[in-house]
Design a protein around this ligand. Sequence first.
Ligand code: PGA
Length: 265
Amino acid sequence: MRRPFVAGNWKMNLDLPAARDLAAGLVAGVPSDCAADVAICPPSIYLFPMAKAVDGSPVRLGSQNCWHEASGAFTGELSPDMVKETGCTYVILGHSERRNTIGPTDDSGRIWGESNQMIAAKARAVIDRGLTAIVCVGELLEQRDANQTEAVLSEQLSGSLATLSAADCDRLVIAYEPVWAIGTGRVATPEQAQAAHAHIRSRLAAQFDPARADEIRIQYGGSVKPGNAAELMACPDVDGALVGGASLKADDFLKIIEAAAASAA
Ligand code: PGA
């Protein structure tokens, strides 16, 4: 039985007082015997104060990114050890906003161009430091429309997890985030999510082994809201959610956590 896992990806949002209020709301609202794992992933500059804010509660901390080297001349980056020192349990890796998958029509310059190879190096480094990697995968709308979803997911998985072995699976979470559903209000249907998650699990089984693949949690991400969380998490291979916009409001995020906990019953 996989324990549901809900993580809030705050992205580059909130000021420090608002972050403190949100964390306080979650600490007050997540029961100590919650049947789901819960994490918040604030901007890295807020990790230390948020660690203090959630201390003693079931709410865990995640970083939105990190670099794979242990130290050195990498201006602006954080090492896995630095991230760990803040009290983090998780690190999100390969989010589509960091991959080169924003899409050809997007000219906003929000492209870091992270490759599968780079993500694989980060996943190795993060797991080696005892952190859990949340590795994101997902297709663009034009890839879905061209029936390439499964091929894209397979390629992202084999590339981004190339450095890992079956022994690493207990420190691995996958987030399936169709790029067309992120921040758009356009959510995947439960059927679309389940089909993608089942495909991901079959690839994990092929790459590692079926028993380990069965234990890996696969979160759905992309416009998860209180109104759609329960039906998504009712899908047999959907084991929780990676939540952006709706994780910025304590009430909304708590309702999603409740839906995840209920899906465990
Ligand atoms: P969203 O973001 O919930 O705002 O769509 C999800 C994510 O990018 O992780």
